[in-house]
Design a protein around this ligand. Structure first.
Ligand SMILES: O=P(O)(O)O[C@@H]1[C@@H](O)[C@H](OP(=O)(O)O)[C@@H](OP(=O)(O)O)[C@@H](O)[C@H]1OP(=O)(O)O
Ligand SMILES: Nc1ncnc2c1ncn2[C@@H]1O[C@H](COP(=O)(O)OP(=O)(O)O)[C@@H](O)[C@H]1O
Ligand SMILES: [Mg+2]
Ligand SMILES: [Mg+2]
Length: 375
């Protein structure tokens, strides 16, 4: 292993040791040198040199992947876990909190902006910044996020895609947007031919708990108790399991979560009213496979999820989202997408620190280049 110099103590050079895919990289450079050559010390990549171009090591610290973030405190706590931050640091990725008291253009420079805020002022400043800095990747563009913050437009691309191949069919439940007077809801539902039970969901997701206040309606007379604007969606029996498919760029990872149990339609007459229900699927606790029928617990085919994710990335213009998908009970390959979430709880996604940091590095590939001489 050749060690040319020593990074410790040089301005901005915290990199004494960087672990890259289990290979130890010993940062080595002489301050002010034309090039800093980093030598891989692992057996599988021994002698492979990477050059970090620039006038000496100081340039190297400017060549880190800088991610500006604008997130709520709650999101920072759930997403910026120590295992993410330490792995990011080792890969040369630095998260910098955006200061809302200063213009965005006076901050940075950023390679990426990662955000999940709903206020208009932030959206306006971000859109202005995007025009000035097209070179900065915004995760994700505000217009695309708005699309999935409305439960009608959220599923339109899934319905339009109407994915069907040898692995299965993916649709959306029949649904109806109601903005009318509550007394007219029953008539609208009858006209649309929606079958009971019906899931009532707030039309708009605003980042507060209100956007998740869902309820089940079992009979026409009770529909006048609802409070529009809402999306009314046919309840699809699915055996009490929902699959959450997390998408980070081209990485796709499905997990199982608890969901609502089947409803026996033969007993519908005995149930009436509007019944609110809690956020059954949000907790990180997975559905307990032991108590589930085999056909219910089985994950949807990976190939189906990957083609669905790829299509939706393009159609929605999003790279950070998850899809709540259910299998119609009694079928093997009839699936329904019931929800799409922008920048969900990735901290609950297995291996998220590796998936997310690899994704960020892929966004700015030319930050570390292989020296032509090493090719
Ligand atoms: O809507 P879901 O399916 O419960 O997913 C939630 C949802 O994405 C939620 O965001 P919001 O819709 O309230 O803005 C996420 O909250 P945070 O942004 O605070 O993380 C939850 O993390 C999501 O849960 P999950 O990751 O289990 O899908
Ligand atoms: N059409 C439906 N059929 C059956 N269950 C549903 C349907 N829509 C929602 N659910 C149940 O309600 C839960 C929350 O619904 P969802 O649309 O994901 O709202 P949220 O954005 O609050 O997560 C789902 O995880 C699932 O358990
Ligand atoms: Mg959901
Ligand atoms: Mg949701």
């Amino acid at each position: 292993m050749k060690v040319i110099g020593d990074l410790t103590g040089v301005r901005g050079a915290e990199m004494d040791e960087v672990v890259v895919e289990e290979t130890i990289v010993v940062g080595s450079a002489v301050a002010g040198a034309e090039e800093a050559t980093v030598v891989f010390a692992g057996s599988d990549v021994a002698d492979e040199n990477w050059v970090i171009p620039g006038s000496g090591v100081a340039a190297e610290s400017e060549r880190r992947v800088v991610v500006g973030f604008a997130l709520t405190k709650k999101k920072v706590n759930s997403f910026m876990q120590p295992k993410l931050l330490s792995l990011a640091r080792k890969k040369g990725i630095f998260f910098v909190e955006i200061d809302f008291n200063r213009p965005l253009s006076e901050q940075g420079p950023f390679d990426v902006i990662l955000h999940k805020l709903t206020d208009e002022e932030w959206r306006h400043s971000l859109e202005g910044f995007q025009e000035e800095h097209p070179e900065v990747t915004v995760l994700d563009p505000p217009y695309a996020i708005q699309n999935v913050y409305n439960r009608k437009s959220m599923l339109e691309e899934v319905a339009a895609l109407n994915l069907s191949n040898s692995y299965g069919k993916v649709g959306v439940p029949m649904q109806l947007v109601v903005t009318c007077d509550p007394s007219s809801i029953a008539m609208e539902v009858e006209k649309a031919g929606l079958a009971f039970p019906i899931v009532a969901k707030p039309l708009v997701i605003d980042g507060t708990a209100k956007g998740h206040e869902l309820s089940l309606g079992f009979d026409q007379a009770s529909l006048s108790l609802l409070d529009p604007p809402l999306v009314l969606q046919e309840f699809v029996n699915h055996g009490g399991v929902v699959f959450k498919v997390y998408i980070v760029g081209d990485a796709v990872k499905a997990v199982r979560r608890k969901s609502l149990p089947n409803v026996d339609r033969r007993n519908l007459g005995n149930t009436e009213g509007i019944i609110p229900f809690p956020r059954v699927s949000c907790a990180a606790a997975p559905a307990d496979e032991a108590n589930l029928e085999p056909g219910v617990a089985e994950f949807p085919p990976t190939a189906l999820l990957e083609s669905l994710a790829k299509e939706l990335c393009c159609r929605l213009g999003l790279r950070l989202f998850n899809i709540d998908i259910i299998r119609k009970y009694g079928t093997r390959d009839q699936f329904y997408v019931i929800d799409i979430n922008y920048f969900p709880g990735f901290g609950k996604m297995p291996e998220y620190e590796h998936i997310f940091t690899d994704f960020l590095l892929k966004l700015v590939p030319n930050k570390y280049m292989k020296h032509p001489a090493c090719a």
